[in-house]
Design a protein around this ligand. Structure first.
Ligand code: SF4
Length: 434
């Protein structure tokens, strides 16, 4: 037995009904991009309770032979004389955790696109599941333990009793109860970060868009908002939340909408009116950052913080994922710089994928972006997408992958003033009403 592998968790597999088993001998393996990548004990964490397990139909798991260190594809297994087809198993980690390895899977037999989840390598040892990842931020405001739906329904009824519910509130009731959106639940629980979705259109076509799948790769996980809320309802909802909620943030740019910059004047006019009525809390904008001049207009209106999404700091990788219309990565980087110049608390929503994000060239490009823009905070978000689809669509790697954890350690060392985390941060703006 090879000492490096003997203590690794056992490989998991599932049968055709999705029943999950641990293999009697083979150990768990992981992928970086499309290639096997060694997993060590340092990469493993007990899988937190609100994580999910998936099995991947038609796709055999790949395990590690602890005596040789070789990878083994396991199409079937014989247990007590019964031969069972084996399918790979993956985890989806709860918020605040960054995955370091993809599951080790033979995707050859697969003819469909997996739904949008951040598939993560997972194994079994000592009566527990162990996943390949690490915690980048703990925030009680996003801890699933603090979201009890037995409190939600009475809170929604109370909210409806206190305020006249327009189409936006009705939309957010659906988001809170059917899509289980934590931000929407917060609106009715009167605390923390609440959503302000406004836009039906977008000037990008992300492969992993949560609200609209143009190529029908797979089902979108959210229905995109089908109307444009009125300024009156946006302002009323936001002022109520900023005035009365606990540690309030209101955020434009949600998973259930397009790109808010396509409705930038509605956003800017709403913020101006909100700030006339209250100076409390944080007004945030989640955006693809495609229009610097529209961001200038919104920043001028009283915005406090901004979160600009990107999957890569390299133009060809950015283009392959966002499929932008009439803009490119240069515009996005200009928006990040402009946001800093205008005093916004500036965050990037960095969509992390092991084997792509940690390529040496990507780490260099990201470092250049940080130096150039002076960004305050980097969200390290696991990218929810079918790993095989993403690797097929991304340009071929021209440099080695150093490991996601190693990349984070390097960022911490090189940029000690840049915060790394997972969640939007409340921002105090003392000068709003001066
Ligand atoms: S920028 Fe947002 S709304 Fe637009 S395609 Fe991408 S994920 Fe979808």
């Amino acid at each position: 037995m090879h000492s490096d592998y003997i203590n690794l968790p056992y490989m998991l597999y599932a049968d055709k009904d999705g029943q999950i088993y641990d293999h009697p001998y083979l150990r768990m393996a992981g992928f970086s991009g499309s290639s096997p990548a060694v997993i060590t004990d340092e990469d493993l964490i007990p899988m937190p309770e609100f994580s999910k397990l998936f099995y991947i139909p038609d796709c055999p798991p790949i395990g590690l032979d602890p005596s040789t260190g070789e990878s083994k594809t396991v199409a079937e297994i014989e247990v007590e004389g019964i031969v069972t087809k084996c399918f790979a198993v993956a985890a989806f980690l709860e918020p605040g955790l960054v995955r370091s390895h993809l599951p080790a899977v033979d995707y050859g037999p697969k003819s469909y696109i997996l739904p949008m989840w951040a598939y993560t390598a997972v194994g079994f040892r000592d009566e527990g599941y162990l996943a390949a990842g690490f915690r980048i931020e703990y925030n009680h405001k996003w801890d699933p333990n603090n979201y009890d739906d037995r409190e939600l329904i009475p809170a929604i009824r109370k909210y409806q009793g206190e305020y006249k519910a327009g189409p936006l509130v009705e939309h957010l009731i659906h988001c809170a109860t059917d899509n289980h959106c934590f931000a929407a639940k917060n609106l009715f629980l009167k605390r923390w970060e609440a959503p302000l979705p406004v836009s039906q259109t977008c000037n990008a076509a992300c492969l992993g868009c949560l609200s609209l799948q143009l190529d029908l790769f797979c089902e979108a996980s959210h229905e995109r908002i089908s109307f444009t809320p009125s300024k009156t309802e946006i302002v009323a909802l936001a002022v109520r939340h900023l005035e009365y909620a606990l540690e309030p943030i209101v955020s434009f740019g949600q998973g259930c909408e397009g790109e808010p910059l396509t409705d930038y004047m509605l956003v800017a006019d709403s913020i101006r009116e909100i700030r006339k009525q209250t100076g409390k809390g944080t007004i945030n904008l989640n955006t693809n950052g495609s229009w610097p001049e529209r961001i200038r207009e919104i920043a001028d209106s009283g915005l406090d913080s901004i979160r600009i999404s990107l999957n890569s700091a390299r133009p060809e990788f950015y283009k392959a994922y966002y499929r932008p219309k009439n803009y490119d990565l240069t515009d996005v980087i200009d928006s990040i710089s402009l946001s800093r110049e205008m005093g916004l608390y500036t965050m990037i929503n960095y969509l992390v994928f092991p084997g792509v994000t940690d390529q040496e060239e990507e780490v260099e490009a990201l470092s250049d972006l940080i130096e150039k823009t002076g960004v305050n905070f980097i969200h390290l978000k696991n990218l929810d997408i079918d790993p095989q689809l993403y690797m097929k669509k991304m340009p071929a790697p021209k440099s080695e992958a150093i490991g996601i954890k190693q990349m984070v350690d390097m960022l911490r060392q090189e940029f000690p003033d840049v915060e790394l985390g997972y969640f939007n941060q409340p921002v105090e703006r003392k000068d709003v009403l001066k």
